[in-house]
Design a protein around this ligand. Sequence first.
Ligand SMILES: Cc1ncc(COP(=O)(O)O)c(C=O)c1O
Length: 423
Amino acid sequence: MATSEELHKRRVEAVARGVGSTIPAYVDRAGGGTITDVDGREWIDFAAGIAVTNVGNSAPRVVEAVRAQVERFTHTCFMVAPYESYVAVCEQLNAVTPGGFEKRSALFNSGAEAVENAVKIARHATGRPAVVVFEHAYHGRTNLTMALTAKNMPYKHRFGPFAGEVYRVPMSYPLRDGGLDGATAAARSIEMIEKQVGAENVAALLIEPIQGEGGFVVPAPGFLPALREWATAAGVVFVADEIQTGFCRTGDWFACAHEGVEPDLVTLAKGIAGGLPLAAVTGRAELMDAVHVGGLGGTYGGNPIACAAALAAMETMRELDLAAAARRIGAVMGERLGAIAARDRRVAEVRGRGAMLAVEIVVPGTLTPDPAATAAISAACHAAGLLTLTCGTYGNVLRFLPPLVISDDELARGLDILDAAFG
Ligand SMILES: Cc1ncc(COP(=O)(O)O)c(C=O)c1O
């Protein structure tokens, strides 16, 4: 087998430079809470492929379901010749997402595609053009979703012009907004929408209940409910982007549930299918069904192999109670991160929920972001065998997203490495 170094040389000659990788090691196998490269080096996995392998890599049920499906048929296109597993995934999504009302779902391939479709549905159903998004938001890399995403480098730089009718308002970011309470922060955003856009022009308000790429920003309690209330009164479709927070990651099936918020539409991807590409929009039947027949779809959306994997992944989440596992991981990790924060003044805040936790790194005694220190700590983790990711508008957030099936021992070893990396 080629070594990681050899593969890296080939990659440079074959793969476009614009596609980056966190570590220059090439995976041979992965499972539980570890990833092993072709040279036999092992990393404890605190990334889960960016919050995807919540059920673990090659989860037994997923493997079995995929194998069985591949043998039956691989693709007919649901828009041409439909099949049961697509319907079954939609039934399950309608049941597990927040909101006791009647729902429908449609399946797609990627998170960005789900977000694009949520906007299409909201615009079609309301007949309004505008979409409101938040500072630090991340919603994808397609043309519309680049417009919805806040951060320029690396996501938007020189890729414009972007789609129109997208309006950005302040996020509740307690560390950096002087600790505004949720209601006050929401009032500030709502005033901006009403003054600068006009509620009657807004099709959708799109928000990550906990921001992902933007820095694991957890809004102050009350922020999401106040926006939900305003959207209902204004006839605006409230869209929760649960692509990173979904499928047990935060200690509940979906992050909106922590504050009892029921979105009109939810965008889903990442953790949905144990690593196979699948995404969805789930929401109120009257909104979803407003679109004419043929208005939604795509060649691969709801591919039968991905649907089989999703059914198996959701069964695994229930069987292993991965929401409870995320809460346990969060408790263990939170305690260790709290201890690091208590001794290291570079840590401005430990935040997140369940198995979606992060630390924000600053110049001690200030709120000045320190992306260099963040990168150095992350690199020290990689060198010592722990795969961590960074994020944040200022590049100064270390985030932790282990698979929810990580063992206690792997979690403890990962946290020991992290602890040592802080020095
Ligand atoms: C909240 C959120 N929305 C949308 C996306 C885009 O998903 P994808 O990369 O599958 O297009 C992501 C990906 O990181 C995300 O975290």
